[in-house]
Every structure is written in structure tokens, then in C-alpha cells.
Design a protein around this ligand. Structure first.
Ligand code: KIV
Length: 273
């Protein structure tokens, strides 16, 4: 029997931020970064609680070598497509590079993302974003913060590198996470950080953490759809091609979901020290 027919995990109820907060400490939840209506519909069918329209679309769909060129118009186009395809998952839209450099600019652009169909916006950065997180959440726009390897800062980092390996940088990231959570952030993505730091941050905050290359101890996992389906020529260490094992797209999404839920993914080989 094909894996996709082996269990029926379609989302029955609309997932909200309350759903995800209630799962914290009880059950891992699953997020996929994807960009179009058919994949969004399949994610709903496969029980993926949260979908992210990441600015990774600049690299995965549009052929740029970084996320820097991605525009608001491109984000809105893809957010609208995903929102048309999925009525049950929580939908998170990225604010692209330099569209939230001030709280006021963030408010204008986050409004557009929410009106395109997102239920939450994601922004990259540490304590400099505290006023922005307050500005948005006070006005009813939930925020997912993003720390670690934040791809919009790739040129500051000198490449796509693991972050937080030095003790002082790790301390700084924990302080950033706490400041963002205190400011009202609803979720926190941690990308490419040592597994021990992913665990330490998860224990230091009261909001759910969503890891990608952050070890097995975060509250949730996120992967990019292209990596799940083996479409990335040089896949990152933290990713896994689930299509290889299952041979079909719905099966790959369900296997990813099941493996996160039962702790089979990520394995130590997907994590950093
Ligand atoms: O842009 C994106 O897809 C992301 C995820 C990798 C977290 O930010």
C-alpha cells in the first residue's frame, strides 16, 4: 500500500497559534516552507500544522543565489497562492529583505502580508527587533521571530554558516530569544545552530521553537519543500529527501510529519555540534 494511503492524517480543524502553543511540551508539530497552491493543499491533507511562505522562494523557485533580491510583490503573489490552496494550516508569510528596517515600515508591509492571507509574519533578527515585535503584536499581527543563520544576513556572516558556536554568541542568542519572546513573539525559528543551543533556547523561552538544523529538542521542525522532495542539487546537512523512501509526494510529506512526531527526524547526522 502506498505510504500516503497508510494513514489518514488530514487536518480536521483549523490550526491557530493557540493550537501550536497547546502542543508545546505535549507533541512536536510540523512546518513546511512551500510556495504554491497544490503543495499547500497537499500539506493540509498530510497533517502539516503550519506552512511558511519563506523568502527562500528566491533561491528554490526564482533562481537567485540568495534571498536578498526577493520583493514584497513576489512574496504577496506566493502567499495568495498558498492561502488559496490551504484552509486549515497556520499560514506564515516572510517579510523579505529590508522591508522591516523600522517598526513603521514593518507595520505597512506586515499589513500587506496579512491581507494576502497569512495569519502571522516572520522576521529575522535579534534585540533590534523588540520594538517592531511590540508594534506588530500590539496591533494584532502575530510575529514569528527567526534567529541563528538568518539568510537575509548571509553577507554579514560571510556565507551560509552555522551560528552560535562560540560561548559569547550563544549567550547573545539566548538573550535575543528571551527579549523577542518578552516583546510578544508567538513563535521562534532557530536555523543552523548547535543542537545544544537549540535545546538551551527552547528551555529559556516560553514560546514554541521551530528548528531547522537546530537539533531534536526544539518544539517543532521546519524543512523546505524542495529539500523534502529531493529537488535541491546540494542539499543542506540538516535536510532529508523523504521522497526517496516513499516514492510519492504525499507519502514524503506524511513520512516527514510522522518522523518528526515520533522523534525519528532529525537524527544526529542532521544536527550540528
Ligand atoms: O525562507 C524560508 O523558507 C525559511 C525557513 C527555512 C525557515 O526561513
Amino acid at each position: 500500500m502506498p505510504y500516503s494511503q497508510a494513514n489518514d492524517s488530514a487536518l480536521e480543524k483549523k490550526v491557530t497559534i493557540n493550537t501550536l502553543h497547546a502542543l508545546r511540551g505535549q507533541e512536536k508539530f510540523v512546518m513546511v516552507s512551500l510556495y504554491d497552491a497544490p503543495m499547500a493543499a497537499m500539506a493540509q491533507q498530510c497533517g502539516i500544522e503550519a506552512v511558511l511562505i519563506g523568502d527562500s522562494l528566491g533561491m528554490t523557485v526564482l533562481g537567485y543565489d540568495s534571498v536578498i533580491p526577493v520583493t514584497m510583490e513576489q512574496m504577496i503573489y506566493h502567499i495568495e497562492a498558498v492561502a488559496r490552496g490551504n484552509q486549515k494550516s497556520l499560514i506564515i508569510g516572510d517579510l523579505p529583505f529590508m522591508t522591516y528596517a523600522s517598526p513603521e515600515q514593518a507595520l505597512v508591509n506586515a499589513t500587506r502580508v496579512m491581507q494576502a492571507g497569512a495569519h502571522m509574519v516572520k522576521i529575522e533578527g535579534g534585540q533590534w527587533l523588540v520594538d517592531t515585535v511590540k508594534m506588530l503584536t500590539d496591533r494584532g499581527i502575530p510575529v514569528c521571530a527567526h534567529l541563528g543563520l538568518t539568510p537575509q544576513s548571509v553577507h554579514k556572516f560571510g556565507g551560509f554558516r552555522v551560528q552560535g558556536r562560540d560561548a559569547d554568541k550563544a549567550e547573545q542568542m539566548i538573550a535575543d530569544a528571551q527579549a523577542l519572546a518578552d516583546a510578544g513573539a508567538a513563535l521562534l525559528v532557530l536555523e543552523c545552530v548547535p543542537a545544544a543551543l537549540g535545546k538551551a533556547i527552547t528551555e529559556a523561552v516560553t514560546i514554541p521553537t521551530v528548528g531547522i538544523g537546530a537539533g531534536a529538542d526544539t518544539d517543532a521542525q521546519v524543512l523546505v519543500i524542495n529539500d523534502i522532495l529531493g529537488l535541491t542539487p546540494q542539499p543542506p546537512k540538516f535536510s532529508k529527501n523523504f521522497l526517496l523512501e516513499t516514492g510519492e509526494i504525499a507519502g514524503a510529506l506524511k513520512k516527514y510529519r510522522d518522523d518528526v512526531k515520533n522523534g525519528a527526524f532529525p537524527e544526529p547526522t542532521h544536527s550540528f555540534n
